[in-house]
Design a protein around this ligand. Structure first.
Ligand code: UD1
Length: 363
């Protein structure tokens, strides 16, 4: 069975890596790796391939950045000839980025079955581009691999037949478990001159938080307080850096001497930084999951999450963007700490289970 596997943006790489490794143990599947080029900077791309030992993509579509319509359309235009040329038996997509929906849509229009890894997650917030990508992708895929119970519940409620859905666990956690020992050897705390548990990690890149100056400014109000009591390490996503410059927040941020802005980090340094943090403030989806396994308190700067198990069975708490709620959450997180939690099937073997299902499906 020939399967085209698609990746494009940073959070896809941790998800595709364990699948590419699991295929190596199976003769019946011939994987082809397509990179859409949605993310292209070394720090957002190449570093992850090297550290996670992902094979070089067989094909890179090199689409780069653009508006949603431009980027999605460009991926579709460039992916269609790849499908026509390779005639795969299936196209597998991961996550919820523009590359995910674009390639799934191309495949199904060519009557090639599409497969979605990390299906069923719903924030119920249709202003999030990822929510639209998730809904659309799940609606057209033939096989849906789910990370948590809420995914099963959502797909059932949407009328997806049970025989298309498989609860397999979380491929992102496969990668985390595999890389933790190597991450422990990172020297990033020394480089940044911070001590274990004496700092907070901040990541911000959601358009709803960083594209809207009023919301971004509220988050900065909370940070201005937090950084007085504890260093805040802030690896800055390119979208966020552009907004800091555009919104003229530079001077305000520079005045916060406890806030350390750094370039986006590689996977090993970032996992090390998360592991030893007192608390993590984020609007990322994957980090809510990683902090749950690592046992680090996570405050999510959003009003909703598509990953509710990280709250009910993890270390995550939604704090939104109101400075007083963020500060309350921060004080509570420092006072109570957190212990590692393992949601059902987040055991490092999700990719193995997916490949088992694919083998049976191929017969
Ligand atoms: C995308 C995903 C988001 C994911 C995030 C992780 C969609 C709709 N969004 O958001 O779900 O959480 O990736 O990072 O797919 N840029 C660079 N270098 C790069 C890539 C991007 O400088 O390698 C800059 C460009 O100016 C670009 C901006 O970042 O316009 C945003 O990139 P884009 O891929 O459009 O969206 P993200 O915000 O990264």
């Amino acid at each position: 069975m020939k399967i085209i596997n698609v990746c494009g943006a940073r959070p896809n790489f941790m998800k595709i890596a364990p699948l590419m490794h699991a295929y190596r143990r199976v003769d019946a599947i011939h994987p082809i790796l397509v990179h859409t080029g949605q993310h292209y900077d070394d720090r957002m791309n190449r570093w992850f391939f090297d550290e996670l030992d992902i094979p070089n993509p067989d094909i890179n579509l090199e689409v780069g950045s653009g508006s949603h319509a431009v980027q999605t359309a460009e991926i579709m235009k460039r992916f269609e000839p790849v499908c026509l040329d390779h005639q795969p038996d299936a196209v597998l997509v991961v996550g919820d980025v523009n590359s995910t929906i674009a390639c799934a849509l191309v495949a199904v229009k060519l009557n090639i079955p599409a497969i979605h890894v990390e299906a069923g997650l719903r924030s119920f917030d249709r202003t999030m581009p990822e929510e639209i990508n998730r809904l659309m992708t799940d609606a057209i895929c033939s096989l849906l691999f789910v990370t948590e119970q809420s995914g099963l519940d959502n797909l059932r409620r949407e009328g997806v037949p049970d025989d298309r859905v498989h609860f397999v666990g979380n491929v992102m956690i496969d990668t985390l478990n595999r890389m933790r020992a190597a991450a422990e050897r990172s020297q990033i705390l020394k480089t940044l001159n911070v001590a274990p548990r004496a700092y907070t990690v901040l990541t911000l890149h959601r358009p709803s938080n960083v594209d809207d100056p009023a919301t971004f400014s509220r988050i900065l109000d909370a940070l201005a307080e937090i950084q007085k009591s504890r260093a805040v390490v802030f690896p800055v996503h390119p979208r966020t850096r552009a907004n800091i410059e555009r919104g003229a927040f530079g001077a305000r941020i520079a005045s916060m001497t406890g806030l350390k802005m750094v370039e986006p980090l590689g996977y090993l340094d970032f996992v090390h930084l998360l592991t030893h943090a007192a608390c993590v403030l984020t609007d990322s989806g994957g980090i809510q999951e990683e902090t749950t396994i690592l046992g680090v308190p996570c405050l999510t700067l959003r009003e909703n999450t598509e990953r509710p198990v990280t709250i009910t069975g993890g270390t995550n708490r939604l704090v939104g963007t109101d400075p007083s709620v963020i500060l309350d959450g921060f004080r509570n997180a420092l006072a109570s700490g957190a212990t590692p939690k393992t949601p059902p099937l987040w055991d490092g073997r999700a990719a193995e289970r997916i490949v088992d299902v694919l083998r049976r499906w191929a017969r």
